[in-house]
Structures are given as C-alpha cells and as structure tokens.
Design a protein around this ligand. Sequence first.
Ligand SMILES: CC(=O)N[C@@H](C)C(=O)N[C@@H](C)C(=O)O
Length: 826
Amino acid sequence: MDMTSKVSKARILTHPITCSTKLGFDLSASHRRHLLHIFFRPAFITVSLTQSPCKNWIRRFVAMDSSGTDSAKELHVGLDPTIEEEYATQSKLLKEFINIPSIDKAWIFNSDSGPQAMFALSQANLLANKRKKFMLSGHISKESNQSVNFHWAPFPIEMTGASAFVPSPSGLKLLVIRNPENESPTKFEIWNSSQLEKEFHIPQKVHGSVYVDGWFEGISWNSDETCVAYVAEEPSLPKPTFDHLGYYKKGNSLDKDIGSWKGQGDWEEEWGEAYAGKRQPALFAINVDSGEVKPIKGIPRSISVGQVVWSPKNNGSAQYLVFAGWLGDKRKFGIKYCYNRPCAVYAIKFKSDETKDDADEFPIQNLTKSISSGFSPRFSKDGKFLLFLSAKSAVDSGAHWATETLHRIDWPSDGKLPESTSIVDVTQVVNCPDDGCFPGLYVTGLLSDPWLSDGHSFMLSTYWRSCRVILSVNLQSSEVSLVSPSDSDYSWSVLALDGDNIVAVSSSPVSVPEIKYGKKVLDSAGKPSWKWSNIQSPIRCSEKVMSGLSSLQFKILKVPISDVSEGLAEGAKKPIEAIYVSSSMSKENGKCNPLIAVLHGGPHSVSPCSFSKGLAYLSSIGYSLLIINYRGSLGFGEDALQSLPGKVGSQDVKDCLSAIDHAIEMGLADPSRITVLGGSHGGFLTTHLIGQAPDKFVAAAARNPVCNIASMVGISDIPDWCFFEAYGDQTHYTESPTPEDLSRFHKMSPIAHISKVKTPTLFLLGTQDLRVPISNGFQYVRALKEKGVEVKVLVFPNDNHPLDRPQTDYESFLNIAVWFNKYCKL
Ligand SMILES: CC(=O)N[C@@H](C)C(=O)N[C@@H](C)C(=O)O
C-alpha cells in the first residue's frame, strides 16, 4: 500500500489556513496539533479515534477532503464503515459488562434491631474516567428456618470524593477522609449515626494526602475512640527560591510568593510504579475532638511507614503504635506487586501529651529483627498476641512474590517490651503440597478485625491453586482449616465477620460476584464448620449480560508438564492448571469457538477462577478462554514457584504451549483459530509465543509487554527483577550490567525471536508506565513494522502499568475484541 502520496496530500491540508477554509469552520490550536499529530505519525497503522477528543471533527474533515473521494480509507485516520459498525455493536455490549459494580469492602455493625451490614461498592464512570463509589446497607435477619436474609436499603448512597471510610471499633462513629486533588488541605470528617459531628481541614504544611493504597495504608482508631493514627505523605521539603531576577533567596519557604519562583531542589527516590510524585509515607495521629494533628516523632526518614495499629491499652501501661516499615535508605526499588522488599514490624511509644520535645533517644523498636520481612500487624482481641505476615521467602530468594508465612509475638501484659522479641511461626512455607492439601499462604492483606470469638482463631483469604479460598488459622495450635466450601471451583473472599459468621463474596469466570453468608455450626465433636447461604444480590446485571453469561461454563484442567527433568524439585514436576471457559453451545455444530490463551503477569502472580468483566465479555461474544497458571504462579507451593526464575522465556513458554496443545488434544480448541492475550510478564509470554510458535496463533494482543529485558533493565523501577528472573538468584544484581548480563537478557527476551514473528499483534501501551517503560513495547512494534508484520498500537497517555482506568480498560477490551474478530472471522 502506498502511504507516501496519501500522507503528503494530508500534509498540504494541515496548513491551518487551508484547513479552516476547506472545512468551513475554525480549528482550535489543540485540534490543529491533534491533526498534525495524526498525519505525522506514519509509524502508526491505525489511530484510535475513540480516544480522540475531536473524533467528530476528524470525521467531518475526512468526509470533506478536497479530492471528493472517501479519504477515510486513504488517510488511514478514519475507520472503514464495516469496522465502525463493529465498534458500535461491540461497544454496546462491552459497556454493559464494564458497568457491573464491584463489591470492595464490607463492615458489620450491631444495632438494637440486630446486625447491619454496610458494603462499599464501585462502578466505572466512563465519562469522568474514574470509579464511582457508593455505599449500600442491609439489615441481616436470621430466619427461624436457619436461612439468612439481607434487607437492603432501597438505594445506595454515592460516596464519590471520599478516599477512605473507617468505622470506629464501637461502630458509633465513622471517619471519612477526603484527599485533595491539588494542593488543598486533606479533609477529615467524623460522622455519627445521624449527622456530621466534626470536620477538620489539614493543610499541606502539616501533611499531604493520606495513604489509601492498600500497601502503606493504615488508618486506625484507638480503643477509646479519641484519636486516629494514620499514614500520610510528609509535608513538602523546602525548595530553593529565586527572585524575579533569578537571584537565589536565602531562607527557603514553603509558601508561594508573587515575584519569586521555586527551583526543583534535590531529587528524592520514590517507590516506583504507582507512587510517582508521592512523598515519603510518615506517621500522624489526629485528636478527633480538637482536630489537633501530631506527627509521630522518632522514626528515621530512612523508614517508610505503613499499616499502623494501636497496641492494647492496659491499665497504666505504655501504649504503642505498631506499624510496618520498609527501608529505603540506599535505593528504593518499585514496591507495587513486590513483596521482596525487606520490611519489619516496629513499635513506638505513643505519648498523648508531648509538652516538650522529648522523643526518646531510640524510641523505635524493631520487633521482627530475626526475619527479613514483617507486615500487616494485628493484635488479638485479648491483647495477648501480635500476629503478622511475612514474605521472607520472597525477600530471601529475590522472587517478587512467593509463599508467605504467619507469625506471632507474645505481647507483654505490662506493656514493657523486651530487648529482643521471640517470634513463633504459625504457618510454614509448603514446598510440594500433597494433592488437595494446603499449598501455603498467598495473602494480599488481612481484615482490620479478623478474629473469631475464641480470640485466637482468625479468618483470611488466600490463593489455593487456581482458586481464592477462605481459611481459618488457629494462632495457638497452628491449625489451618478450609472455611469456604471444599467442593467449590469458585473464588471466595472474606469481607467481614458477624461474630463467628462470615460475610463473603464469591464469583467465577462465568458468574458475577455474589454475597454469601457463612453461618458457623459445630459438629458432634465440637469442631466448627460454616454453612453457606446465598444472599439476594445487590448487583443487578442487564439482561444482555445475564443472557451472555447464561450459556457459559468453565472447568479447571490439569495439564501435565512437558519437561520432567532430573534437576527439577518434586513440586515442580506436578501438573499445572488452566481454566477453560466456553459456551455450552460451542460444540453443538461440531466446531470449536476460537480460543484466547490468557496469560497473567508477574510472573509470580495467578489468574484466579473469578469474575473478570473484560474476559467475561470476550467469552460472551463467542471466544473460549484458556487461562493458564504456568509454573511460577502463586498458590501451587514454593517448589513450582521457584522453578521458573532463571528459565523465563523457556519453561513458562513450554507450559503455555503444553496447555494449549492439551486443549487441542481434548477437542476443546480449533488449532486454526487460536489467539493469545497477556500483560506485562503475560505480554512477555505473548510476544515469546508468537516468536517461538509462529504458526500457532492467528492474532495476539499485548498490554505493556516486557519485550526486551536488556533495555528494560536500565529504566524500569525493578531492575533487580530483570536479574532475578534471568539468572534465578540475587547474586548477579548490579546497577551497572555487564555486556554478558545484557547479552543474556537479550537472549531470554521476545525480541530475540522477532525474525520469526508473523502474527498480527495489537499493542496497548501506557505512557506513564514505570515498570515496563513504553519504549520496550515501541522497540518491538517498530521491529515488527520493519519486517512488515501487521500491528496496531493504542497508546494511553495518562496510564501507567495496569492500564485499568475506566476508559482505558473499556477501549482496550473493545479493540481486543475487534482485533481478534478480524482474524478469527467471528
Ligand atoms: C513484578 C512485576 O511487576 N512484574 C511485571 C513485569 C509484571 O508482570 N507485572 C504484573 C504484576 C502485572 O500483571 O502487571
């Protein structure tokens, strides 16, 4: 196709005067910039019009080309009518899926009329490109026939603008925190059952936004509900100031001043992806009566704090703030998804009345000195134990996520902490789990109050092979019991406890999240189990979604691995799992639907057997899915997980091919219509597969893929990941890779197989990605274009690694569907 003559014709038209004359209306400067941008981007085969703020005028412009021809086709900026029709049809159904709310959190309150549940839900707001948050409450009634009902309030209440809601321990107060979007103060509101009691505005010179990120986040009421401890960005460090002539002004100030300007000051390390521009997390406490905020003194700046809780208040004994701390003195590596960052549980004495500046000399105490990782501290109800999670396997091995363990410290009743604490192991790493047995813990966090009434058993959610399950763990006996139904292939998460009963959410790839109520029952030997009831769902899906999902089914396949070698650890020789989703009608005509192999990232992550809007939409339009949990995934024991580092790009690629071949052999997939989709390390596998198995895939889609580790290592926030996954140990890491390192990285990367690729591939790239910077995808795209392989690229200028903002998520899945439809002739 001859692009040059068409592009030069377009160039003449982009002259602003010619433009407005020809179009009969004036183009604003930004429209002109956009037009130029489109015409001078010959590197792009297609430009995403749905992303464009001025798509209508582009269409108008295209229609009014002076040649009088259908310039949409010629200029390649418009869409051909068939494709437009396809976008229009697909977008209608996709929107219905994207609209499905998520159930994020729940709390249970005891009222005079019985327990009351409050749920935090959220829903994509496409126009605002944000998630709309809302609350729904329901009264829990236990009927005489043992069944349980939730009587929902007639409507949810919108909570947009609220960054966190934290009920007090008695349930009589609710703290709502509103983080500012600019340099304004952070708002703290204290509500009672009927009205706003207090509102405080905390200015930026005290602290910045409160951390509500699920990692550093910690917002904790003290037991008498007078004070809340929390983690927020420390105030801005002073910056050098220059006057209007450019002279340096002595005596830095934080305030803006007309007639002067601020310099940049010294660069400070940040915690990488998702934390760009975020200042150091620091500890504060607010008096909820007076609004007075105290920064907690005595914590070195080298420690980034998070997850704060209060120690029990025993008569007259000292009260401590107990929190997790990550060391970031030398170099801060990216922390998101990276449990391998050394951390510890610390305690610091809380002094409510700090009249003089008398922070003790060394008031901060590391409670978990003897192990490399401690986080998520929780005190037992009776205050006798401090429980915490550890990712020591990840820290000690170098894997960004690995099997976790639970530990306990006995808390002194007199509040006097000994010099060194003794740590009791509650759970162990499981290397090679027996069939059907506990594979170890893979937990993302703990409930703020996870305790059962016996005071030493608690509930958590964890990955167990391809499912998420609910477990109870006994802190004294170390007994671990499965609480969610043992015969369920759905994924389950505990949301809140109603005494010893459980409010949970459960879903599968083909069923939207539903609320379940688990009632504790005792067997004849006094052993507890939970009897589960369905709760009428507060989520109502559209007819189209329900009918799309109704014909779908799924099963978890066991796939034998292809390379059982001597050197492999026992747990790495076992079959992997792949979740197969298909329409029950697909085999009626004897023909399989086209298949999408779905590959998760990490690589030490997992695709759980749970509902995903994007994937459910793809299956409801006629694709079967094969969601592959290759060796290295979480939930299968430590041997399988640790068998991958050092072999990325080969062992994981073989596992994916084994799973696809297994599906073909079982008659579940048509070998002539297989596609592949993955993000990040899943994008690494996607691009590896189209290079190593070039005849297997009719189309591919890669989201922020790792295409070349040799170029990623110099610019990613996790250069240590590149070394660890390529060598399989931590000893090779350096800030200055050698030519041998770079050569190894190149050999293990998809770019090394570029010459064999012929699969048409869609790339979805986020400009703000610090984990796998966009240049990684671009290099691979340009290399494919150089070879004449068909590519399509969508760039999301304001997105980072997960590509999960509502419009991005929507546009990504819309384009994945249209791209795959084109090559699968759907
Ligand atoms: C540790 C990590 O972030 N690795 C990336 C290469 C990756 O694959 N990320 C995962 C978590 C993802 O799904 O984005």
